[in-house]
Design a protein around this ligand. Structure first.
Ligand SMILES: O=C(O)CCC(=O)C(=O)O
Ligand SMILES: [Mn+2]
Length: 212
């Protein structure tokens, strides 16, 4: 299936509107809703502790610890459903991923604030492959220097079964978010497949490069 190139400055963003057919999407959605170990994580900002405004889960290869906003996430092992989805995503975007962060937005009050996925363990040019299941979700992007450079923000509605892949300079130059909505919305699931650099492996490779 062919992708659409969203052509924005300082970004590489590809979009597959229907990577997964609606019937399969509904089945995957139900399996994840009931089968994933959804967690209510908390973050501490300026000395105050808050519930993250959504439920989350972290699955992947063993040993791939991921740190963000003071949280340290140790992955649960891949399940058959997650392996099947990972294979579909990898086949579409010719990438490979060793972890997935899942978000469950229970209703319109749940959200994901402005951020970039630019943690060091994702490497210099992170590839973030975001698969959507459940009701359509509004996804917003803004360039970090959008105002001074006159670059317009983007707003996309991500339907169930769609795949959005951000790569190249996107995380360095842009931020993205899922806003709250006053519309009456059903639960929505997002899976962001990522490739976390395995530190010992990374060091070994670098030493090998120096040796050879
Ligand atoms: O739900 C989405 O599409 C956004 C998820 C996201 O940005 C993240 O988990 O880092
Ligand atoms: Mn993100």
């Amino acid at each position: 299936m062919r992708s659409i190139n969203l052509k924005a400055p300082d970004a590489e963003i590809l979009f597959w509107p229907e990577l997964i057919a609606p019937q399969d999407g509904e089945s995957f959605y139900q399996q994840l809703l009931s089968g994933i170990q959804w967690r209510q994580d908390q973050i501490t900002l300026f000395g105050k502790t808050f519930d993250v405004p959504r439920l989350q889960a972290w699955y992947g290869d063993q040993g791939m610890t991921y740190r963000y906003s003071g949280l340290e996430l140790t992955p649960e092992p891949w399940t058959p459903v997650l392996r099947a989805l990972k294979a579909r995503v990898e086949q579409a975007c010719h990438g490979s991923f060793n972890t997935v962060l899942l978000n469950l937005y229970r209703d319109g009050n749940d959200s994901n604030g402005w951020h970039s996925d630019d943690e060091a363990e994702l490497g210099e040019h992170p590839v973030i492959a975001s698969l959507s299941l459940g009701q359509e979700r509004r996804f917003r992007l803004k360039h970090k220097q959008g105002k001074s450079k006159g670059i317009q923000p983007l707003s996309l509605d991500l339907p169930s079964g769609s795949l959005l892949v951000m790569s190249g300079p996107t995380q360095r130059c842009w931020q993205h978010c899922i806003p709250k909505t006053s519309r009456d919305v059903l639960p929505r699931i997002n899976l962001t497949f990522r490739n976390v650099i395995d530190e010992p492996e990374y060091l070994r490779k670098n030493n090998n490069l120096v040796d050879s």
